[in-house]
Design a protein around this ligand. Structure first.
Ligand code: ADP
Length: 616
């Protein structure tokens, strides 16, 4: 049995692991970077060890520091969570060599699934269907082109050492093959130090189906059914559910059996996921579902499996790591109802999903019967620019898929976060998408309809009135005019834009300076209209502030230049992504504080736009 567990991770997954470990009577040890000294996982754990500066490369990714923390705290086991060092076979071996229990598969199982071509070959030997394609050693461009023609276009070229969506090229026509191959090989050599590629049939209408598997040290392997994670944005999962819509019993049996064979082929111990790609153009069919890769760790979306099976997967991980056999047999596992998880991110869909950093002054989650929130933050905590900006996983469970959708919708609509922006309203819209409702989502849905989904909703009259009430004095309201009806129409500023709101109530004795409007997962700030025309910073303030710390990589305008609303001003590189900052309205660039190459702090003034006379 494990007595003291070090969790080599942060955020919601560290908190999730601590919860189960505590319930099992295991002492918990958190590790944290300087940026995370006040983080929830640090507060929850029995003990916390500082492991270095904020960047993960200098803290959460440094194996020696984690091992030193384990020694110092007397831990006898290490749980890696997901991400960071969770699929690093060398680190797993180092943990074992240090005489500690590694809560995960044996290093050789991780390695076997590390390279795409070797993994696919191994799966073929184990009788697991793989995407049609070429896995050969012969990397001669002419041979590869001939293989692509043989497979039939469109094809995908994949770097065998690739990951995270990198080193992949879609080729639609034979005449584009040579260029795509050369560019894929260059990227693969630069990113992974290995330019070997494989070629795959490109699946149209692809659905992402994955199977949760579990193995123990006694040779037992079971599956815990499938999840559907087809709703993705740029290969990142957005909403996951279990079971998969449209999966009949025979297809499920075939896919889950293939997943168990895959796990057995690498003597798998612990929690793992076999990811498949399905051609969903004619529903889910066993002969159109192919192995894609294995994730040798606990997944972000594991709660939907827990909800439908009643199994605590972290408890199983800890028991299996300690050498116990699996707590139950395949026949004991059944599917109960339907579960759905949405990933709530600190990001602004209206601004290209730019991460939104800062203090969570308001953090409220909606609730529904059977609902679960997995989070790593609390009200008052900071969303830091250093890590994944996920605020929480919102998980609903119902008797049917419709009920799960309704409950997740209820939970998301009741969620209010301020002033950090979130994707909650985007998620609400995604849930209402006809293709999502029909259960026929393919991985390209958000790519096609994302712009519509990302448009912020309009607050309802009821939500506006409710917030406006707090801004209106109980009597003698100057600036208000009475309508013929016994309703008052009053002017306010909603996120800086003038609005008229009809009020039927009487307001409050002591009006507030501003109020929050919360509706459909979105939050707006409502302020009283000021007759002098001088409004708060949100009202037409042309200060262009850095949304997060980063580096200015391009400046597209110069001081004194006239710009139009939406015109590109600067490009900022932050969190490994490029962010374009645009003019909020037509005007003149009156100040330009930075040039290309400048490092800037969050909220730093980069430029100022002033509206031309009369334009405001
Ligand atoms: P990575 O290891 O870089 O994440 P994967 O092989 O897992 O690469 O593929 C990433 C994503 O690309 C998948 O989730 C899927 O959406 C898409 N994809 C992969 N293979 C195919 C294919 N053969 N046809 C269509 N889409 C694919």
């Amino acid at each position: 049995m494990i007595r003291a567990l070090l969790i080599a991770n942060r955020g919601e997954i560290a908190c999730r692991i601590i919860r189960t470990a505590r319930a099992m009577g295991i002492r918990t040890i958190a590790v944290h970077s300087d940026a995370d000294a006040q983080a929830l996982h640090v507060r929850m754990a029995d003990q916390a060890v500082a492991i270095g500066p904020a960047p993960a490369r200098e803290s959460y990714l440094v194996g020696e520091k984690i091992l030193a923390a384990a020694r110092a705290s007397g831990a006898d086991a290490v749980h890696p969570g997901y991400g960071f060092l969770s699929e690093n076979a060398e680190f797993a071996q180092a943990v074992i060599d240090a005489g500690l229990i590694w809560v995960g598969p044996k290093p050789h199982s991780i390695t076997a699934m590390g390279l795409k071509d070797a993994a696919k070959r191994l799966m073929q030997q184990a009788g697991v269907p793989t995407t049609p394609g070429y896995l050969g050693e012969d990397q001669d461009p002419a041979r590869l082109a001939a293989e692509a023609a043989q497979i039939g276009y469109p094809v995908l070229i994949k770097a065998v050492a690739g990951g995270g969506g990198k080193g992949m090229r879609l080729v639609e026509r034979a005449e584009d093959f040579a260029d795509a191959l050369a560019s894929c090989q260059r990227e693969a050599a630069a990113s992974f130090g290995n330019d070997h590629v494989l070629i795959e049939k490109y699946i149209l209408s692809p659905r992402h189906i994955e199977v949760q598997v579990f193995g123990d040290a006694h040779g037992n392997v079971v599956h815990l059914f499938e999840r559907d994670c087809s709703l993705q944005r740029r290969h990142q999962k957005v909403i996951e559910e279990a079971p998969a819509p449209g999966m009949d019993a025979a297809t499920r049996a075939a896919v889950c059996a293939a997943a168990v064979r895959a796990a057995q082929a690498v003597q798998y111990e612990g929690a793992g996921t076999i990811e498949f790609i399905a051609d969903g153009s004619e529903g889910l069919r066993a002969d159109r579902i192919w192995f894609m890769e294995m994730n040798t760790r606990l997944q972000v979306e594991h709660p939907v499996t827990e909800a439908i099976t009643g199994v605590d997967l972290v408890e199983w991980q800890l028991r299996v790591a300690a050498g116990e056999p699996l707590p139950c047999r395949q026949d004991d596992l059944t599917i109960n109802g339907w579960a759905m998880e949405a990933r709530l991110y600190a990001e602004d869909p209206a601004r290209g999903f730019l991460p939104s950093i800062g203090r969570l002054e308001v953090l409220r989650f909606g609730s529904a019967h059977g609902g679960r929130i997995d989070t790593g933050v609390y009200e008052g905590a900071e969303v830091s620019p250093f890590y994944d900006p996920m605020i929480a996983k919102v998980i609903a469970h119902g008797a049917s898929r419709d009920q799960a959708v309704e409950r997740l919708d209820e939970m998301l609509r009741g969620t209010a976060v301020w002033p950090v922006r979130t994707n909650a309203a985007f998620l609400v819209k995604a849930l209402a998408h006809p293709q999502f409702r029909a259960g026929t989502v393919d991985t390209g849905l958000i790519g096609r309809d994302g712009d519509t989904l990302a448009q912020p909703p309009v607050p309802s009259d009821a939500a506006l009135e409710c917030a406006a009430q707090a801004l209106v004095p109980r009597s003698d309201a100057p600036g208000f005019r009475l309508n013929a009806a016994p309703r008052l129409r009053a002017r306010f500023l909603l996120d800086g834009e003038p609005v008229e709101i009809a009020l039927s109530g009487h307001g409050t004795a002591q009006p507030a300076a501003s109020a929050l409007v919360m509706d459909q997962g979105q939050v707006w700030r409502l302020e009283p209209w000021r007759r002098d025309g001088v409004h708060g910073a949100a009202a037409g303030d042309g200060a262009i502030l850095a949304p997060m710390p980063g580096k200015v990589i391009a400046v597209a305008v110069s001081e004194g230049e006239a710009v139009t609303r939406g015109q590109k001003l600067l490009t900022l590189e932050a969190m490994k992504m490029e962010h374009t900052l645009t003019a909020p309205f037509d005007g003149i660039v009156t100040e330009l504080k930075v040039s290309a190459g400048a490092q800037v702090q969050v909220e730093a003034l980069l430029a100022r736009i002033e509206a031309e006379e009369g334009a405001a």
